[in-house]
Design a protein around this ligand. Structure first.
Ligand code: BMA
Length: 316
């Protein structure tokens, strides 16, 4: 478990996160298929490597998902063929798009959550499980619309499975909720997570990476958006949630931890987007946050995980 008593090794200057000098670490030209975009990926530690599930949009703008692995978390080997991800009945009939896969290690398996966009219905949450990232099995049906940005906690909380999710608000935007299940099939007893109102999160917010268990609470990197006169800009923020009652916010700094500002984040299919679905705590305690930049390429931002925890608590 991560603790905030470990020594601080990063001096905060302009930002909390450090962008990797090799960014973008995966671009469309690196893929084994001709494609226009590599979107935000799920990320997990698997067999002594970082494993990413990359969403790729090919030249027909069809989506495929590829596994990539790396020992150092920076240079990735990308599998030649896309994964075979289960298609449910509703998806077979209405699917337009699947996106935003997150990977949670839970009870000896890996659970992948994704959003399915069904024509005429909108966004639904789906879950699949795998042991090896080769064979995937659907878990239950899709959620009813409109819901997305689902990420499972890596363990049961007070006897129930828990996930963060983002049901649609009345005005078409959305906020993060926590929801519970006895069996990963039936979900209920949901409660909103109330975050501070800030100018960078005025439009929507949603879960990002899988919550990281620390001795002070669940450390969560999330995304938020705000509109300006030209675009809707994406930001990353951090929050700490109570270990036993994750709907209770222990700390949520008012400042964002990452905004789109480099050319690779500001130019692409959707400009001014930094969006994470996955972060991995490396063996040396560095948190590797993998994020999609401008919906076109994958980038890496890093911070010692206990520094992020301390920062979160110091801003509470
Ligand atoms: C969200 C998701 C993300 C994407 C973002 C910006 O709704 O679809 O995959 O990065 O929009 O386009």
């Amino acid at each position: 478990m991560i603790s905030d008593t470990q020594p601080t090794s990063l001096l905060y200057q302009n930002g909390i996160l450090e962008r990797h000098s090799q960014n973008p670490i995966i671009s469309p030209g690196d893929m084994p298929v001709r494609c226009s975009s590599v979107f935000n990926c799920g990320a997990v530690w698997f067999e002594d490597r970082v494993l990413l599930l990359l969403r790729v949009e090919d030249m027909a703008r069809d989506n495929k998902f590829y596994v990539a692995t790396s020992e150092d978390g920076i240079d990735f080997d990308i599998c030649d063929t896309p994964i075979d991800y289960p298609l449910r009945d509703m998806e077979a009939r209405y699917l337009e798009n699947r996106f935003d896969m997150r990977i949670t290690p839970l009870e000896g398996r890996f659970y992948v959550t994704h959003a399915s966009w069904l024509g005429g219905y909108g966004s639904c949450i789906g879950t699949a499980k795998t042991k090896d990232f080769q064979k995937f099995e659907a878990v239950g049906n899709l959620s009813v619309p409109s819901n997305r940005n689902a990420v499972l906690f890596p363990e049961k909380i007070k006897g129930r499975y828990a996930r963060l999710e983002r049901p649609q608000d009345i005005n078409g935007t959305g906020r993060i909720w926590v929801n519970y299940s006895p069996d990963l099939l039936y979900w209920g007893q949901g409660q909103p997570i109330v975050l501070p109102k800030t100018p960078w999160s005025s439009e929507k917010n949603g879960a990002g990476a899988v919550p990281i268990k620390t001795d002070r609470g669940w450390l969560c990197v999330y995304h938020a958006t705000a509109k300006n006169c030209a675009t809707e800009n994406y930001y990353l923020g951090v929050m700490l949630l109570d270990l036993e009652h994750p709907e209770r916010v222990i700390a949520a700094p008012r400042q964002f931890i990452l905004q789109a500002e480099t050319p690779y984040e500001c130019m692409g299919q959707v400009p001014n987007v930094v969006f994470t679905n996955g972060a991995v705590v490396m063996p040396d305690g560095t948190l590797n946050i993998y994020y999609g930049a401008a919906d076109t390429r994958i980038c890496l931002a890093q911070v010692p995980v206990n520094d992020l925890l301390k920062y979160c608590l110091s801003e509470a």
